[in-house]
Design a protein around this ligand. Structure first.
Ligand code: SAM
Length: 232
């Protein structure tokens, strides 16, 4: 299957295994991953965030309940919320998630924003688990005809070493542990190249439940704009 489907499937497999109830997808773009996650039966709150309002607005109705879902409602409550906002801004409604996914997001940030992003994600949102995927620059020589980055909006593409250095540093700072994996394998048996897409799976070490409640009270401090809110 295409690489983006393999990335989605990686997240779905994680969700089926660990059964988080509250999942947020940062950089959700056209909501492709959310459309799949909505069928994971244990999820009760699904949130998507993107800085690009148009990308969300164009596709948000694809997350509306299908007519059969109205006719034969599920027993579980499912709320889906889509926000316009930047992942380098703190937003109280982004606290309390068990899993946060960042699929092909980080390489779209300016290098000087990465530190702020790490602080907001691991320090402030502080979810139980985080999945980060990003292109593996070590793999690029194997991609035919590629000169420069894989996409014109990429601000950087990390080697495995660079990704691991960032990941281990945030683990140290914010109390997480990380495992490295990926999707997309080489056709040839090329040593040390790694996966086409590299993935870090982070787990918070302490179960300290700081920030685990969404603070709905402090209305004034909202920095994200709610674009869509549906309850199944
Ligand atoms: N996650 C999507 C998927 O797997 O289908 C694709 C993500 S797309 C390659 C990168 C997305 O990150 C874009 O939709 C872009 O608007 C979003 N983005 C870039 N900078 C952002 C920021 N500071 N805050 C939130 N979203 C951002």
């Amino acid at each position: 299957p295409p690489l983006h489907i393999q990335r989605y499937q990686f997240v779905i497999d994680f969700v089926e295994k660990h059964k988080p109830k509250k999942v947020a997808d940062l950089g959700c773009a056209g909501c492709g991953l959310l459309r799949k996650l909505k069928f994971c039966r244990d999820i009760e709150l699904l949130a998507g965030v993107d800085i690009d309002c148009a990308a969300i607005t164009e596709k948000k109705y694809t997350l509306a309940p299908l007519s059969c879902e109205y006719l034969k409602p599920d027993n579980r409550p499912l709320t889906i919320q889509l926000y316009q906002g930047s992942v380098i801004e703190k937003e109280p409604r982004m606290k309390g998630f068990e899993l946060v996914t960042c699929i092909e997001l980080i390489e779209h940030l300016h290098p000087e924003e990465v530190e702020k992003f790490s602080e907001v994600l691991f320090g402030y949102m502080s979810p139980g688990a985080v999945i980060v995927s990003t292109p593996n620059a070590d793999f690029n020589p194997l991609l035919p005809g590629l000169t420069g980055f894989r996409h014109q909006d990429h601000k950087f593409e990390w080697t495995q070493k660079e990704f691991q250095n960032w990941a281990l540093a945030v683990c140290d700072l914010y109390g997480y542990k990380v495992e490295f994996t990926g999707v997309g394998i080489t056709p040839r048996n090329t040593k040390n190249v790694g996966f086409c897409t590299q993935i870090g799976v982070f787990n918070r070490k302490s179960s300290r439940r700081n920030g685990l409640q969404r603070t709905e009270t402090d209305e004034g401090s909202h920095s994200y704009k709610l674009l869509y809110d549906v309850v199944y």
